[in-house]
Structure formats: structure tokens, C-alpha cells
Design a protein around this ligand. Structure first.
Ligand code: SF4
Length: 362
């Protein structure tokens, strides 16, 4: 007997449709939610037009999870949420419980397992970070230890839904590639190299492609080496220490424990509300690495958060507050020394560049 060919749906091996993954209460009330309110740190009550209620319970979790922990979290989902759970874009875990009592019991179980319940309201959102040295060879700084040091310092601000005038997002990237959307965060910590890479001719000659290296450099700082075109040389004046050439060739080394460190950026946001999305701006060009506590970095972040907490209006994001009071005043209030490196000399930026999705009907 001739076999029927498989239909397109049977052949498609992409992810399942998101609607199939929604908790039943969300499926029943899809697009018909009337309002929501913050019950307490980590718990939000949603009310649908039908009168049905649902309670989101959010908790911070580590970015690396053991299989045992995943099983524990799944057991909680089975017990309280009909077997459904989700990870938020900031890598919190979130459950949807059917009533207040289940939500409170679930929150208690999460706290007992060591996961802080919070991350809702005007609080410090979960600190996101790239994988850095645990997985990536590009990193100039160890994002994981930075995120841990910051999280421990501001732990209570994650749990308190009224900790700040508006939500605060902190992100950490180990290098300028900015995995983790650091450019669109209220406070961004970004690992930086500060010296041009060192070229090992003997290795480059054997295992690297000179045309590929020349092509890879965004500032045209790499050229075939004079007198030895099988290797390359780097124009130190043009190099911006981005590390792209390093990622292509084993004969190029960029890591430098004496000079690598982190920079601090402030005032970014991805949200479309009020001022529209904003890019974070450089405020401290270099802070030396101080594993494991990163005390200079953590102290500077604390000063910035405290002046924001004391001076911003309710509902004002960090970048909006600074734009209102002026960057000069911000530097004075936060006791940060201004450096010429903080001057934005990107000549191709366009002031009228459309960033938001808001528009006026004619
Ligand atoms: Fe070019 Fe970046 Fe390599 Fe410097 S680090 S030479 S800017 S690719």
C-alpha cells in the first residue's frame, strides 16, 4: 500500500505554538484581563472580565540550575499550578496560582527552598548577566561574580515592591558585545579590555587566515605584517580593543589581567513609556577587577541608587530622571568624577532617530 506523504504540520519540527503552553486560566481569559494589582513583593493579582482571578508568583533563581532543582520547581508547579511554570525574560521563575491562599503557600515553599520571592513593582528587577568565563572566551570581566556581589548587596531591594521611585534594571556583560541587553538597562556593567591585542606571529602563520583577520576589524586597524605577510600587525592608534580579531585567531591574545576591568553605564531602558527607549551612557570608564566582592564597583552602584531613590519623582526611570535634572547635576550628586571619556563623540547618531513605537494619528 502506498504511504501518504506527511503534511506540513507533521514535518514542522519548530517549537510548539505558545498558546498550547499557556496555563488553562490564561487560555480561558486570553486578551480579556481587566486589571492587575500588586499584592506584595513577588505576588500579582490578575482579574479577568469574567471575574476569574489568577495570582502570579515570581522568584529569583540562579542562572545555572541542577537537574534536582529543576525537578523541585516542577513538583511545585504540579502541586499549585496545574503543572505549568515559566521563565521570565530576566530569568526569574514565575508560577500562576488560582487563588491567594495557594499563591501564599507556594511563595512560602519557594522561600524555604532558598529562592527569594520578589521582582515585582518598583523594585530592583533580577540582575541579568552573560555567561562570561563560565562558557565564553571573549569576556574581559567575570560577569557571574559581579552579578552575585551586586545581588547580595541589593537583595532586599529585589523583595521590596516599593524600593525605588520606579523599577531598576541592572545588567552585566563581560565584554562590549553586551549579551544581556546592557545598553538598555538603568545600570549596566560592561567588561572592557584597555590594551590592543598581542600578535604571536608563529601561531598566526600556522593556523589563522590573514584576509579574514584584516576583514574582521571594524576600525581597519589590522593589516598584513610588513616583511611577513603570513602574519598581521595592529595599528594601536586605531584599535578600540573590541576583541573580534581575538575570537577568530588563536595567535592573537587580548586578555591582560593588569589592564582589563569594567566600565559603568547609566540611564538605559527598553520600555516604550514616556521618554521612549533610551541608551545607557558611560559614566565610569574603568573600574579595576576586585573579585569576589567588587567593592569599588558595588559602592559606586550603591551611591547611584541612593541618589536616584532620594531625588527622582515617583514613576520616573533612572534615565528620565537624569535627563530632567541634567547629567552635570547627576555626576555631582553621585560623586562621580567626570572624564573626557564620558563625552559621547559618536558623530553618526541622529537626534531625531525614531526609537519608540508610539505615534500620533493625523
Ligand atoms: Fe581591530 Fe578590535 Fe582587534 Fe583592535 S581588538 S585590532 S579594533 S578587531
Amino acid at each position: 500500500m502506498m504511504e501518504m506523504p506527511l503534511s506540513f504540520d507533521e514535518l514542522d519540527f519548530g517549537p510548539p505554538h505558545y498558546r498550547d503552553m499557556l496555563p488553562p486560566v490564561c487560555r480561558r481569559n486570553y486578551g480579556k484581563w481587566k486589571y492587575h494589582e500588586h499584592v506584595r513583593g513577588g505576588i500579582i493579582r490578575h482579574v479577568a472580565e469574567s471575574g476569574e482571578e489568577a495570582y502570579s508568583v515570581r522568584a529569583g533563581i540562579p542562572k545555572y540550575l541542577s537537574a534536582d532543582t529543576v525537578i523541585e520547581l516542577c513538583e511545585l508547579a504540579e502541586r499549585y499550578c496545574e503543572g505549568y511554570l515559566k521563565f521570565t525574560s530576566r530569568h526569574n521563575i514565575e508560577f500562576i496560582a488560582g487563588d491567594r491562599e495557594s499563591a501564599e503557600r507556594l511563595a512560602g515553599e519557594l522561600e524555604r527552598l532558598g529562592f527569594p520571592v520578589g521582582g515585582t513593582g518598583r523594585c530592583l528587577k533580577a540582575i541579568i548577566h552573560c555567561v562570561a568565563m563560565s562558557h565564553c572566551h571573549m569576556a574581559a570581566a567575570d560577569s557571574l561574580s559581579i552579578a552575585k556581589a551586586l545581588y547580595e548587596e541589593f537583595y532586599e531591594d529585589f523583595r521590596n515592591p516599593e524600593a525605588f521611585p520606579e523599577r531598576v534594571k541592572i545588567a552585566v556583560s563581560g565584554c562590549l558585545n553586551m549579551c544581556g541587553a546592557t545598553h538598555a538597562s538603568d545600570i549596566a556593567v560592561i567588561g572592557v579590555h584597555r590594551r590592543p591585542p598581542v600578535v604571536e606571529d608563529a601561531v598566526v602563520e600556522k593556523v589563522c587566515s590573514v584576509p579574514e583577520l584584516v576583514k574582521s576589524c571594524p576600525t581597519y586597524a589590522i593589516r598584513p605584517k610588513r616583511g611577513n605577510p603570513r602574519s598581521v600587525e595592529i595599528d594601536e592608534e586605531k584599535c578600540v580593543y573590541c576583541g573580534i580579531c581575538y575570537s577568530l585567531c588563536e595567535g592573537i591574545r587580548i586578555h591582560d589581567p593588569e589592564n582589563d576591568g569594567v566600565s559603568l553605564w547609566v540611564g538605559g531602558k527598553a520600555s516604550n513609556t514616556r521618554a521612549g527607549p533610551l541608551f545607557a551612557r558611560l559614566v565610569v570608564p574603568y573600574i579595576k577587577p576586585e573579585q569576589p566582592r567588587w567593592s569599588t564597583l558595588v559602592g559606586t552602584v550603591r551611591r547611584i541608587l541612593e541618589v536616584y531613590r532620594q531625588n527622582a519623582r515617583r514613576g520616573e526611570r533612572m534615565g528620565e530622571w537624569i535627563e530632567r535634572i541634567g547629567w552635570e547635576r547627576f555626576f555631582r550628586l553621585a560623586e562621580i568624577e567626570f572624564s573626557e571619556k564620558c563625552i559621547d563623540d559618536w558623530i553618526f547618531s541622529v537626534e531625531t532617530f525614531r526609537r519608540g513605537t508610539n505615534f500620533k494619528m493625523p
